[in-house]
Each structure stands twice: as structure tokens, then as C-alpha cells.
Write a protein that binds this ligand. Structure first.
Ligand code: FAD
Length: 454
């Protein structure tokens, strides 16, 4: 019998590859006609450009993701920087850079900050202070478990200006939530892993191709090569659970599929409709399925008749949009195509696409003189209302482990308990965790007849 995987995003495909690699018979069911979930690309019909549903950034510290892409043979489709280098553009058009040299951690970041023209002298000392306390203070007097990022940064002596111009941009990019509500514990972990672990881990990686091309086809081919199945247009309508065991799924077509194990790799907002009501209401493990709240991301894609910047990407300070990615340059497609990112976009998600476009063009004109002269050829605003879950400190403590209390049912997805924000890395790591739990339990099923789910 097979192990069924519900959902063909990073989590489901990573789990599928890991299980197939271990000799397990895998059948992956994806409801949409395409795979990739919240990290996918498509061809824009007007321009013919490859557009991502939102610009995605990888990091050197994405160890599980790097392993996954290496296994399926596509790691070279993500271009990693030699050293962490980030440009910032202020509202007054001042361009500055943070460049971290190849020194042992934490010196790469600390020296990078000291040399950078992005910070005032006093702010550099504040960064040294925070870096020092992260690197050297093993046990802080009071952990940040119940603090917001804002409270924690203030406690660590970070000025309002440095927070606004630097930490807030990092927090919103990494956690997709406003620092006033985002979990400090999660942010601290991100800083430790991404900034203060090693220069290699701090590097950013940007896909050189559309997101789907980074992993979707190669992962599918890998699973199929090992004898597994990957099927699109197969919506699961419910889990077949009886007497504490999950024995398969029911498709929206009415067909029932029995399985040796079922791995749910769908977001919490979709898992709610698959679970029997009894479990959803009374089993504490499934509480996050109803308590986690979504956080949106808006992407504004613009095609101009001329180049507006030479930079690959830049953090924007003092504006509503937070990052600009020069997609035409990154993809090498010879187009003057840029993508603007607005994460943690709760206050903007209800605005009309026309309004968002007009506001973004106004800001772009203020920041880039070339944008004022450039003609807009085409635009595409993409709203991802449930881009991630909102990582408040309460939510961070609710995340479920891979093994559920229902025998034969496992859980993966960027929202599972990985200790990471809802990112590609969390999704892949959760897929690996679930695959490991299934492999361990399968050994028991096969060794002990009374454990057999049949
Ligand atoms: C705009 C945007 C920008 C982002 N930027 C970054 C970034 O820069 N860096 C980063 O690391 N992360 C980023 N993320 C987060 C990242 O995309 C997600 O964390 C990751 O893709 C989640 O993968 P997943 O497999 O857990 O879930 P998903 O990708 O949501 O996959 C779940 C899949 O399950 C399917 N499904 C749901 N219900 C059913 C059902 N009943 N039957 C069958 N199939 C079903 C869905 O269709 C979907 O394909 C971003 C996300 C967005 C939206």
C-alpha cells in the first residue's frame, strides 16, 4: 500500500522525494491543475514573462532546502551571493550598502555593519550590542518567548530609527508580520541562524528562473522515477478516520483511496475542512488549525519601456513597498521588469489593485528619477491573502509536530513545528520531519502485526 501525500507545495514535494528516496511507495494528490502551492511561477500572457506568485528569497542557512534541491539536481537554479550584500534606498534617494566580509561569525556581520554607510555611528554601536548579546550571552536574564519583536529590540537598546530603517525591514521580510506583533523568539532564532551563524549561512539566494522551475518538475520526475505517483486536479475532500486511525482519504469526486499512511501537507486554513469535526473541536493537537491567522503579501509587477535601476534588488526605507527586485535583470530576459514586495500587508490587502498600483508608481517615481520618465507598458498586482500564518508569540507556541494523535496521519507544511518562520525552509524541513516519522513508524507497522493499519 502507498503513503498518500495531500498537497504539492514545497512541503509535500520534499516529503515525497524523501519517502521515495527511502523506498516508500508515494502517491501525491494536488487539488490544483499545477504544483507549487504558494511558491510557483506562471507565464504572463501579455508580456510572455515568467512571473512568480511573489518574489522568493533563499538563504545560505536553508540547509534542508539546499539538500532537497541537491537531491533533485536543481541547486544551480538559485544564485547565491558570495557574501551577504544588501543595498538600501532612502526616501531622499540616498543609496547605501551593507556588505559582510568573509570572516568568522559574528565578525562578518559586525565588521560589515561598522563599515557600512547605511548606519549612523550610534546605530553601529547598537548593532554591535545586539550582535554581542546574541553571540556571547548564552542565557539572557529574560528570554524573548512572550515578547514582540518591537519590545525585544527596544529592550536590547535598539533605537527607534534603527528599528524602522533596518530591523523592521528584516523582520517583515523574514516573518511576514509587523514587529509590534511578531514573535521575538522566532526573530531571535532567524537572526542567530541567518546573520550570526556563519558568512555562508548569511548569503542570500535568488532563483535565476521561475520558482516552479526551481523544484516542481524535478521533484515530480524524481518521485516518478522511484515508482511513485504525482497527480494534479485531485482535491481531497476529507480524511477517512475511524477508531483513532486514518486509513485513507475521500476525494471531492467521491472516490475513496485507502493508504498505509496519510501525510497532510496543506496549510491550516485548508486542513480544517478535511478533518472530522469531532477531532477539530476536541483534540488539542489540532487547535492551531482554527487559531492560526493568515498574513498577506502583495506583489506589484511592473514592465517599463526602459531600465529604472541597475541594482538586482534593494530595500526601500520610508515607503509602503519594502523591496524592489529587478526581475528582468535577475532572469536575464532583457526586459525592464521589476517586482515590488509589500509583506505583512494587513492594512493594504483590502485596497483595490488600481489604488495599490497608483501608490506604488508614485513611490517609485520619488525614489528612482528614471521611473518618472519611463512609460509603463504593463502591470500585474498579485494579492496572496494567506501567504503565511501570522507569527505572533502565541501562534509560535501552538505549532504542531509531524506525528498527529491519529495513527497513520502525519502533518507537514510551513506552519508545522520547525522553529522557523513560515518559509520555504520551514516547509521543506517539515516535509523531512514527517517523512522521518513515517519511515520510523512503518518499521513498527511491518515489524509488529497488531500495528498494521490494514
Ligand atoms: C508572495 C509570497 C512571498 C514569499 N516569500 C518567501 C521568501 O522570500 N522566502 C521564503 O522562504 N518563503 C517565502 N514565502 C513563503 C513560502 O512560499 C511558503 O512558506 C511555502 O511555499 C509553503 O509551502 P507548503 O508546501 O507548506 O504550502 P503550500 O505551498 O501552500 O502547498 C500546499 C498545497 O496543498 C494543496 N492543497 C490544499 N488543499 C488541498 C486538498 N484538499 N487536496 C489536495 N491538495 C490540496 C494546495 O493547492 C497547495 O498546492 C512566500 C510566500 C508568498 C505567498
Amino acid at each position: 500500500m502507498e503513503v498518500l501525500i495531500i498537497g504539492g507545495g514545497f512541503a509535500g514535494l520534499a516529503a515525497g522525494v524523501a519517502l521515495a528516496e527511502s523506498g516508500c511507495c508515494v502517491r501525491l494528490l494536488e487539488q490544483k491543475p499545477y504544483l507549487g502551492g504558494r511558491a510557483r511561477s506562471f507565464v504572463d500572457l501579455t508580456t510572455g514573462s515568467v512571473v512568480d506568485n511573489g518574489q522568493h528569497i533563499f538563504m545560505g542557512c536553508y540547509h534542508a532546502t539546499i539538500r532537497f534541491l541537491s537531491t533533485i539536481g536543481t541547486l544551480d537554479r538559485v544564485l547565491f551571493q558570495k557574501h551577504l550584500t544588501v543595498h538600501f534606498l532612502d526616501r531622499d534617494r540616498r543609496l547605501t550598502v551593507l556588505q559582510c566580509p568573509s570572516l568568522p561569525s559574528p565578525w562578518h556581520v559586525l565588521l560589515g555593519a561598522l563599515r557600512s554607510d547605511s548606519f549612523a555611528f550610534k546605530e553601529k554601536l547598537e548593532i554591535l550590542r545586539l550582535g554581542g548579546s546574541l553571540h556571547w550571552a548564552r542565557a539572557m536574564e529574560q528570554g524573548p518567548e512572550r515578547l514582540s519583536v518591537r519590545q525585544w529590540l527596544t529592550k536590547l537598546g535598539q533605537s527607534e530609527r534603527l528599528q524602522r530603517n533596518f530591523w523592521d525591514l528584516l523582520c517583515i521580510a523574514a516573518l511576514n508580520e509587523d514587529p509590534s506583533v511578531a514573535s521575538a523568539a522566532l526573530f531571535e532564532r532567524v537572526l542567530r541562524m541567518a546573520l550570526f551563524a556563519s558568512p555562508e549561512d548569511s548569503r542570500l539566494g535568488i532563483p535565476r528562473v521561475g520558482l516552479s522551475e526551481v523544484y516542481v518538475d524535478a521533484a515530480t520526475a524524481y518521485i516518478r522515477l522511484k515508482g511513485g505517483r504525482v497527480e494534479c486536479g485531485q482535491a481531497v475532500a476529507g480524511l477517512l478516520v475511524s477508531e483513532g486511525w486514518c486509513r485513507g482519504v475521500r476525494l471531492s469526486s467521491g472516490e475513496q483511496i485507502e493508504a498505509e499512511g496519510v501525510l497532510s501537507a496543506v496549510p491550516p486554513f485548508q486542513l480544517a475542512s478535511l478533518l472530522p469535526g469531532e477531532l477539530l473541536r476536541h483534540e488539542p493537537y489540532f487547535a492551531p488549525v482554527i487559531s492560526l491567522r493568515p498574513a498577506p503579501i502583495i506583489s506589484i509587477n511592473l514592465w517599463f519601456d526602459r531600465a529604472i535601476t541597475d541594482l538586482d534588488f534593494v530595500g526601500l526605507r520610508g515607503t509602503t513597498v519594502q523591496w524592489l527586485f529587478n526581475r528582468g535583470k535577475i532572469l536575464g530576459a532583457g526586459e525592464n521588469y521589476v517586482s515590488l514586495v509589500l509583506s505583512g500587508a494587513h492594512r493594504h490587502i483590502a485596497r483595490s489593485k488600481e489604488e495599490l498600483l497608483a501608490a506604488a508608481l508614485l513611490e517609485l517615481g520619488e525614489l528612482f528619477p528614471q521611473a518618472q520618465k519611463a512609460g509603463l507598458l504593463h502591470s500585474l498586482v498579485i494579492k496572496e491573502r494567506s501567504a503565511t500564518f501570522s507569527p505572533t508569540w502565541e501562534a509560535a507556541q501552538l505549532r504542531p509536530a509531524a506525528r498527529t494523535p491519529v495513527r497513520g496521519l502525519y502533518l507537514a507544511g510551513d506552519w508545522a513545528a520547525t522553529g522557523l518562520p513560515a518559509t520555504i525552509e520551514s516547509a521543506v524541513q517539515s516535509g523531512y520531519n514527517a517523512a522521518k516519522a513515517i519511515q520510523d513508524d512503518r518499521r513498527n507497522w511491518h515489524a509488529t502485526p497488531e500495528f498494521s493499519p490494514q
